[in-house]
Write a protein that binds this ligand. Structure first.
Ligand code: FAD
Length: 401
């Protein structure tokens, strides 16, 4: 019997196990995970779970009894310390070892830590796992003022949650606008407007000089008072055990994989946040940190392992719940791309274009029908109509399933 070992009991690891079984893998499946919890999806950690509206059970990847039904063995609360490719075995932190025929690395990423003066002596919250969310949720219950370092999605979701819980909130961003990694200027500015309407103060172009128990010091001499400081400044892929055995990694971090998520070593795959892949064979390599990518990369690897044809690919899709609205981003965004705004019935839609006017991405703030129309334009490689009629009426379609 062949053994498939998955390192990392997060979303992508669990989805890989589910997918290989779905595609007929009859061997042994072992998932090894450093956290003690059943594999869970992370999006609720910065949203409903943080505010106490939902519990972790709602976020589990396996339905109740599903892991047993699929005969997936879970070794939780123990991490893989080394991969030994010569004898196809992984060593665990508790002294055990497990042999594999096929290995899937699904080790995800960890929160990047702040390094400014005072960060080693001040309590800074980070958010990557359930334990982080529990500590932060408890701190936010009594917080009067919250400083959030980083104006990306995690930072804004936390701002939204902290406002819901009644705190004064300041978001501190070093760039001249929010969301520089994910959004072009117009939708980013629109989002900043929504955040301000909900009472969030935003400091752009800010240079942090130090942090202390009083708050966050800025280059202009101001101190943002805060009894809770949170940093959402990006994630670092957990690729160390891979690079230690000659699995190729990217200069920016992450494990390099091919179109079906194979690494350079035979029988070893990487999926989820840790994988760096080219979306097109000759395109740029990129690491995607999203729920959709965790699922799709697992499906790709599972189909290859079980010798099925390629997975059905969809363009990159990301969503976030912010200040009572759901924002969805579909397609490849670029910070500098030209953007056209269309005011739909419920909320504006932003369409990003390439150099010859074809629609390449759509960012909507709750108008799912316009999103669907925009996706059709993208699929057909169409340019926008000059009279703005192209996002006409469509059936309601919510991509979240
Ligand atoms: P993870 O879910 O991080 O799982 C990796 C697991 O591997 C971890 O449990 C880790 O402990 C374990 N591990 C690491 N090294 C080892 C080792 N050596 N041995 C054993 N175990 C190991 N995406 C969206 O699309 N929309 C959202 O709204 C959204 N919100 C998010 C909010 C938060 C707070 C976070 C953190 C992420 C959010 N994401 C969102 C991103 C999405 O959750 C991730 O892309 C997804 O979790 C990636 O899954 P993964 O399995 O690759 O990694």
């Amino acid at each position: 019997v062949r053994t498939l070992v998955v390192i990392g009991a997060g979303q992508a690891g669990a989805e890989t196990a589910i997918s290989v079984r779905k595609h007929g893998f009859g061997g042994r499946i072992v998932i090894i995970g450093a956290e003690t919890h059943m594999p869970y999806e992370r999006p609720p950690l910065s949203k409903d779970l943080l505010t106490g509206a939902t519990g972790i059970e709602d976020a589990y990847v396996f339905a109740p009894g599903q892991a047993e039904d699929l005969q997936v063995e879970l070794m939780l609360g123990v991490s893989v310390s080394a991969i030994r490719t010569n004898d196809t075995t992984v060593d665990l932190s508790d002294g055990q070892s497990v042999s594999y025929d096929i290995l899937v690395l699904a080790t995800g990423a960890r929160a990047r830590e702040l390094t400014v003066s005072g960060s080693d002596t001040t309590k800074i919250h980070y958010l990557r796992c359930l334990a982080d969310a529990e500590h932060l949720g408890a701190a936010l219950k009594t917080a009067k003022s919250v400083a959030i370092i980083g104006g990306g999605f995690i930072g804004l979701e936390l701002a939204s949650a902290a406002r819901k819980l009644g705190a004064n909130v300041t978001v501190i961003e070093s760039q001249p606008r929010l969301m520089t990694r994910l959004l072009p200027a117009e939708p980013a500015d629109y989002l900043a407007g929504i955040a301000r309407e909900h009472g969030v103060s935003i400091e752009l172009d800010a240079r942090i000089t130090h942090v202390s128990d009083k708050g966050v010091g800025l280059g202009d001499g101001c101190v943002i008072d805060a009894d809770v400081i949170i940093a959402g400044i990006g994630a670092i892929p957990n690729d160390d055990i891979a690079s230690a055995v000659g699995i190729r990694t990217d200069d920016q971090g992450g494990i390099l994989v091919d179109q079906v998520n194979r690494t350079n070593l035979p029988g070893i795959y990487a999926v989820g946040d840790v994988a760096v892949r080219k979306e097109r064979p000759n395109g740029p390599s990129q690491r995607m940190e999203s729920w959709q990518n965790a699922r799709l990369s697992a499906e790709r690897a599972a189909r290859h392992i079980t010798k099925h044809g390629p997975a059905v690919e969809d363009g990159p899709w990301f969503w976030s719940d912010l200040f009572g609205a759901t924002i969805q981003i579909f397609g490849k965004t670029d910070a500098d791309m030209p953007v056209v705004r269309r005011d739909g019935e419920t909320a504006p839609v932003f369409l990003g274009q390439d150099a010859i006017g074809r629609v390449k991405c759509v960012i909507d703030f709750g108008d799912a029908s316009a999103l669907r129309a925009a996706k059709a334009l993208m699929a057909n490689g169409q340019a926008l109509a000059t009279d703005g009629s192209d996002l006409g009426d469509n059936e309601e379609d919510d991509m979240k399933q």
